[in-house]
Ligand binder design. Structure first.
Ligand SMILES: [Ca+2]
Length: 200
């Protein structure tokens, strides 16, 4: 039997997976996830790709998080009271996809901080979803993992937001935001010992 007869789930992935398995020995082959966010690290120096709720409450500033390049997002609340936020609609996701939203967040003053949300709905304002938040004054990586439950007409949105103002301005900085599809993963990990066991 030749390797070409090996019944992999995704035939087009065979050469790369086999080559990687030979290089890595018994390590599982896990390709780096693709970031579905546009301008998630704000390295365009602008809000390109994002829709601000109130443009006066969102700005692109420097410095960003360690390893996050030159630029970051800063959001603040005003006295209305309204919070600053930006949203981005994510295309190409499917019902049942397991996705992870990550971002680095830092409070810029004692009452500051920020939240990241993964939302599903007809619009960012009517959406349901999951949220993670931090009020730490050191850079903190937030993560939200969810399995998408998409109904008719639903879209997926990412939202970055400051906290509501109360008695003092609440400012948060954001950097290195990413949205990755973690699964479902139909391809079983290919290992060298697994291949040897199959042909011995
Ligand atoms: Ca950045």
């Amino acid at each position: 039997m030749t390797l070409m007869n090996y019944p992999l789930y995704r035939p087009r992935a065979v050469p790369l997976l086999l080559f990687s398995a030979l290089l890595l020995g018994d390590a599982a082959v896990t390709p780096a996830p693709l970031n579905r966010l546009v301008n998630g690290s704000f390295e365009s120096g602008s809000l390109a790709g994002w829709e601000p709720g109130n443009p006066e409450l969102a700005s692109v500033v420097s410095p960003g998080a360690p390893g996050g390049g030159d630029w970051a997002l800063q959001l603040q609340a005003d006295w209305a009271p309204t919070l600053g936020f930006i949203t981005q609609k994510i295309e190409g996701l499917q019902d049942g996809d397991i996705v992870e939203l990550r971002a680095d967040v830092k409070a810029m003053n004692q009452e500051g901080g920020g939240a990241i949300s993964l939302l599903v709905g007809n619009s960012p304002w009517s959406a349901r979803g999951k949220l993670a938040a931090s009020s730490s004054e050191t850079w903190t990586t937030l993560s939200v993992v969810d399995t998408l439950d998409l109904g008719p007409g639903d879209s997926v949105w990412v939202k970055l937001s400051s906290f509501h103002t109360e008695i003092s301005p609440r400012v948060g900085r954001f950097d290195s935001a990413s949205l990755s599809v973690l699964g479902p993963v139909p391809v079983a990990p290919v290992t060298w010992s697994g291949l040897k066991a199959r042909y011995q």
